[in-house]
Design a protein around this ligand. Sequence first.
Ligand code: ADP
Length: 341
Amino acid sequence: MISLKSVSKVFKTRNGPVKAVDDIDLTINEGEIYGIIGYSGAGKSTLIRMLNGLETPTDGVVDVAGKNLGKVKGSELRKARQEISMIFQHFNLLWSRTVKENIAFPLEIAGVGRAERNRRVEELIKLVGLEGREDSYPSQLSGGQKQRVGIARALANNPKVLLCDEATSALDPQTTDSILELLVDINKRLSLTIVLITHEMHVIRKICHRVAVMENGKIVEQGEVLHVFRKPEQPITKRFVKQVTETEETQETIEHLLTEFPRGKVIQMTFVGTSVEQPLISNLIRKFDININILQGKISQTQNGAYGSLFVHLDGEQAEIDRAVAYIKEQQVELEVMTRA
Ligand code: ADP
């Protein structure tokens, strides 16, 4: 379904050329869910933009659904691009249109008549589980529901390939899981080929069949997800795998922590490429009238920022704890508040 041969992309910038994608070979089969993982700046966005014809490669050949995207132009390129759809981290919905109208939009552009459009929208609403929300505006929806609209809209014209650009990165863990389950369901039902880019290894592990690890514009490792988890070869891959397994180990201790600290809140802060100059903990102590116990966890500094996770117990007045949690949510860290069973 997708084939990249010796593909490179160089951007000319004021500071000289930047090789965003460096000599990549990649084959993705029909019906496969393929993950591309890398830290910020690895070249993932540039790669996915070449897969839907938004960027042309400087070198090499990008074939998608039987078309050489670098060669086709004008109406043929537009037709080729109808086979390829994309969903985004921040959903990219039309805010002044309802759910129904957002989903109908690509059909309108494709010149589909009103009756057929309505039939198709209804079918898509069912497929993504948005029954009853047809006339809501995006601002009235939760993050997960917004992404469901994004998915329905992306599927409107029956594409062969769905590209997912950090599609769950703005969602909480539970919602992430439900969106990933929806993607698996769609992949099976429609035999849709799905390519997703992410910096989160748990996303890869949850739904991908194969994975490619990108670093400095190159694919440094690729293979079956199970195999990569069992035997990661490259240091960067080992780091991604560890990110997931460490989280799992700590999951086992959550119950224990919650019984040990019956008052206040136990939270997990996950740092993914965060700048550690940001003195989060000392700000919390300074700004809020609460006690903070750092229970366990580890953060390591890399050239791409800080990675790791901390379990922290916040104790004090409920309102003050809530304010502190709201403050952490505004920072560049991912936050999970542990709940008592
Ligand atoms: P990722 O999606 O993995 O974060 P990107 O593909 O966005 O990586 O970026 C890879 C590299 O290419 C970065 O060094 C980035 O600064 C550079 N880059 C991306 N797009 C452009 C552009 N339009 N012009 C110049 N440099 C770019």
